[in-house]
Design a protein around this ligand. Sequence first.
Ligand SMILES: *[C@@H]1O[C@H](CO)[C@@H](O)[C@H](O)[C@H]1NC(C)=O
Length: 158
Amino acid sequence: MKLAVIIAVFSCLMAVSLAHVCMFNPAQRTALEGVNAPHADACGLMTGPCGGAKPTDPEVWLMSGQKHTIVFQKNLNHYDAKYPQGGFQISYAEDDSSDFHSLAFIKDTNTSSLTVYTAEITAPTVTHPTPIVIRTEYIVSFGSFKQCANIGLLPVGH
Ligand SMILES: *[C@@H]1O[C@H](CO)[C@@H](O)[C@H](O)[C@H]1NC(C)=O
């Protein structure tokens, strides 16, 4: 009986440490290693604002003010029907120490681990070539998993 309780408590603690997200396009700062299987270390980053991953040079340059598709993967499912706020928040900031602004939000549902999602965003408008940070957060009941990509925005007509 006692052992069963200990096992039950331990299983709960294990369950709590799960849920992962990876960013494919633009590619996340750290290598996309092990993403063919759930629970990839590269996708389990929780520290703010960018999972502890260092900024890089812009991965790609996109036209500002236009629609683009962000592609990411729910590497590990942690859907919780009792946490309706759960979901994927896409946002951007000038750099890691600036405020992040929302670009899109997709509510979490009980899709399986490794499900690939797309989010349509309209890139912010800039008047000169501007590097920014795009972040995908998987918001779950116990916190959020974070991936950032460094990109650049080009003014329309550039
Ligand atoms: C999610 O789906 C799986 C597989 O169908 C199922 O076993 C599980 O109970 C579902 N979870 C929730 C929270 O609905």
